[in-house]
Design a protein around this ligand. Structure first.
Ligand code: SF4
Length: 189
């Protein structure tokens, strides 16, 4: 297992801590093998950025690797606009700002500021409906929340007591692989 925490773990971990196990195992495996349709569309949305097709303007940085020594986290940002000091995370469709999204954004923010970038605004961009959602720079309380999640990930043990959530299992990209999957209806006839 890597010694650092991938920023993308944060959202997965908040969604379901067991998904980290699959994230580790299948992280380097072709995503076509387990991603469902919605996830694949999301991946294509990100591909535009990953191939740096988004912008050629000098003030726009896309798809940059970021790292925080303090938290030992590593990942990539989508877009940083240095003129306006905005960090932007694009997702295919945002219905609400889940805690996992926030922590992912905080992780990017802490990496970037540790690397010396000035960030004044944090924005999520929902591509399918072209909506933007602003969240504020983490307060002291939110920073503590974030640090608690990092500690939880570091100390998480798969043998910990665990209760699956059926609704989450239905949405889970790993449900075809997971023994705890509750989304499959059992036929008793
Ligand atoms: S299938 Fe359910 S229990 Fe298994 S990782 Fe996904 S959400 Fe968690």
């Amino acid at each position: 297992m890597e010694s650092y925490i991938l920023i993308s773990y944060l959202n997965d971990f908040i969604f379901c801590p067991r998904s980290i196990y699959f994230h580790n195992i299948y992280g380097n495996y072709s995503k076509k093998n387990y991603h469902n349709e919605a996830q694949t569309k999301g991946r294509i949305a990100h591909k535009v950025i990953e191939e740096n097709k988004f912008s050629t303007k000098k003030n726009i940085i896309t798809n940059m690797e970021v790292y925080s020594e303090r938290y030992n986290i590593f990942g990539k940002i989508d877009i940083y606009d240095s003129d306006n000091k905005i960090l932007i995370e694009r997702k295919r469709k945002i219905i609400k700002i889940y805690d996992g999204y926030r922590y992912q954004m905080y992780a990017q923010y802490y990496c970037m500021t540790e690397m010396g970038f000035d960030i004044q605004k944090l924005v999520f961009h929902s591509l399918s409906d072209n909506k933007r959602y602003h969240i504020h720079i983490p307060s002291k309380k939110e920073k503590q929340e974030f640090e608690n999640v990092i500690e939880e990930i570091k100390s998480y043990n798969l043998r910990n007591e665990f209760k699956a959530n059926k609704e989450k299992c239905k949405q889970c990209i790993y449900n075809g692989l997971c023994d705890y999957n509750l989304s499959i209806e059992t036929c008793l006839v």
